[in-house]
Every structure is written in structure tokens, then in C-alpha cells.
Design a protein around this ligand. Structure first.
Ligand SMILES: [Zn+2]
Length: 110
């Protein structure tokens, strides 16, 4: 278990991780770095999400290393880990109710 606040949750209170910080989530997407440790991502890429996010294949949490994703299980509301070789970073449309961008894994790994 990591003791520090994960990279993308930088402004959240330790121990009470809420939503990741939007600016950092975008940074993770564009720089392809891990939302937990901030290091470059390899493959597979892990996404941590709720059952609903898994069902829609659209995640709000940033991409992570597999091991890093496991350290966040149960800390950020996500209950499932999905592995992928790549993802699309989808910014919300102007009329979307949810203004947060989503990550959409494009080649799920079993
Ligand atoms: Zn990591």
C-alpha cells in the first residue's frame, strides 16, 4: 500500500481520495504517464473503474501501471481493473452533462 497521494490526485486529502485533479489527468493522457507514480507508461495499461465505467468502456481515472492500479483498489471508488494496450482520450462534447474527459481503452486484454 502506498502512503502518499497518487500523482493525479495531487490536491486531494490523503486517505480520502476523491476525484483526480483534471489538469493532472490531462497531463497523464498527453504525456502517457501513470496516474499514480507519474512514471512513463508501458504495456499493458491499467484502468481502474466502477462496474458502470467498465460497462461503458469509459473511465474517469487516469491510466496506470498494473501494479499501481492495484495499490488504489478500494481507495478511489474503483472496484475493477481493466487492461489494455492502448486508449483514446475523449474530451467531453459541449452538451455533455459530465464535463470530465474519459479514457476509452481500445484493445482490451484478457
Ligand atoms: Zn505507476
Amino acid at each position: 500500500m502506498i502512503a502518499t497521494v497518487p500523482f493525479a490526485w495531487g490536491d486531494s486529502l490523503e486517505g480520502e481520495l476523491g476525484r483526480p485533479v483534471g489538469k493532472r489527468v490531462t497531463q497523464c493522457a498527453l504525456s502517457r504517464i501513470c496516474g499514480v507514480c507519474g512514471e512513463t507508461l508501458g504495456r499493458p495499461i491499467a484502468f481502474l473503474g466502477t462496474q458502470r465505467e467498465v460497462g461503458r468502456n469509459a473511465f474517469h481515472n487516469p491510466p496506470m501501471h498494473v501494479a499501481c492500479a492495484h495499490t488504489l483498489l478500494g481507495r478511489v471508488g474503483g472496484t475493477e481493473i481493466v487492461l489494455t494496450a492502448g486508449f483514446e482520450f475523449v474530451r467531453p462534447a459541449r452538451d455533455d452533462e459530465d464535463r470530465r474527459p474519459t479514457f476509452q481503452p481500445n484493445s482490451l486484454l484478457a
